[in-house]
Write a new protein. Structure first.
Length: 216
């Protein structure tokens, strides 16, 4: 039964149906995008960019992020059954899913993310991973940005009306016809670390910057 359920979640028909459902639902949002020009200019001039978000907030960005498919960006997604769904939708949106997380296949996934970030110049990352805890940035984002020679660009979603799921991350879903703002933060440039302590300091820096934008 579990194997059959996993096959259903991995089916392209289901992914297509959910993808179109998400797109149609997102069309109801009155979306405003803020501070995109700075990092886009940096990317077009040959820089590498790592877009980062809390797990709580990525849903409302899915439709708009299809805009970046021309860069063939990569996104790390867990090997869980939930991850199968997200990977299918991400692929249809034009993002390349790299499967793995800190609990399963993380090392190989990080290597592949680094390779693709260096090649294409653009990637995305969920900073607190698929399981949290909420508000804690994992060190993988720092290692990925450093190895990919990339700036970190956090982005946040706010909505004047939203539901919050009863989940570890209080997952945010804007209500139909809500005013939704997608705001990109200032680019974070990391210095080359000399130790694990330096990586931890940078991880905490990113966490402190992004923590103020958690909702619910």
């Amino acid at each position: 039964m579990a194997l059959k359920f996993k096959k259903i979640l991995a089916s392209r028909l289901l992914h297509l149906s959910l993808y179109h459902l998400v797109r149609m639902y997102s069309l109801t949002f009155r979306l405003k995008v803020v501070n995109e020009a700075e990092w886009m200019r940096y990317l077009k001039n040959g820089g590498h960019v790592l877009l980062c978000a809390w797990h709580q907030q990525f849903f409302a960005a899915i439709r708009y992020f299809k805009k970046y498919r021309i860069y063939d960006p990569a996104l790390m997604i867990s090997r869980s059954t939930d991850g199968d769904l997200i990977a299918g939708i991400a692929q249809l949106t034009g993002w390349y899913p790299v499967r793995g997380s800190s609990s399963r296949g993380g090392r190989d996934a990080l290597k592949e993310m680094i390779r693709r970030l260096r090649k294409t110049g653009l990637a995305g990352h969920i900073v607190d991973g698929p399981r949290g805890p909420m508000g804690i940035v994992k060190s993988g984002v720092i290692r990925l940005a450093l190895a990919g020679d990339a700036v970190i660009v956090p982005f946040y979603i706010t909505s004047d009306r939203a539901w919050y799921a009863n989940s570890w991350d209080k997952f945010l879903i804007p209500k139909p016809f809500a005013k939704v703002t997608l705001r990109f933060d200032t680019m974070i440039r990391l210095s080359k670390p000399g130790s694990e302590e330096a990586i931890e300091q940078m991880r905490k820096q990113v966490e402190d910057i992004m923590a103020e934008e958690l909702k619910g």
